[in-house]
Design a protein around this ligand. Sequence first.
Ligand code: HEM
Length: 128
Amino acid sequence: PLEESLYHRLGGEKTLQQLVEVFYDKVARHPDLAPIFPDDFTLTKEKQFKFLSQFFGGPDLYNQAYGHPMLRARHLRFPITPTRARAWLACMQETLDELGLEDHIKQEMMMRLTYTAQHMINTPEQEN
Ligand code: HEM
C-alpha cells in the first residue's frame, strides 16, 4: 500500500488552518520578525495555508491561485538573516507543540521547514 502523505498524517486542511493562525500570531509578536511583515496578516495566512498544503503533499492550492511559488525570489525583498530564520523556526516549533501533534510528525515537518528556511537566508547578520 502507498504510504499516506505527510499532509494527511498531520491532519490535513484543519490542522494547517489552525497552524497559520497560531504561527502568525507568534510572528506578529516576535521582535525580530514583526518589523518585516505587513500589519495585516490576512493575505499572508491565506498564502501560507495554500503553500503548506502543497509543501506537505496535499492539494496544490498555492500553484492554482498564484502560480509557481519561486519562494526564494519572493523573499528577496525582505532581509532574511540567520537570526530571523532561527526566529521563524522557533515560532513554528512552538506552534507545532501547541497544536499537540505527535513527535515524529513534528520532526518530519520541522526537518522540511528547516531545510527551506535555510534556503531563504539572503542577508548576513546585521545591525537592523
Ligand atoms: C511570505 C518572511 C521562511 C513561505 C513572507 C513574507 C515575509 C516572510 C516577510 C511576506 C509576507 C507578506 O507580504 O504577506 C520569512 C522569514 C523566513 C521565512 C523571515 C525565515 C526563514 C519561510 C519558509 C516558508 C515560507 C520556510 C515555507 C516553508 C512563505 C510564503 C509566503 C511568504 C508561501 C507568501 C509568498 C507570496 O505569495 O507572496 N515570508 N519567511 N517562508 N513566506 Fe516566508
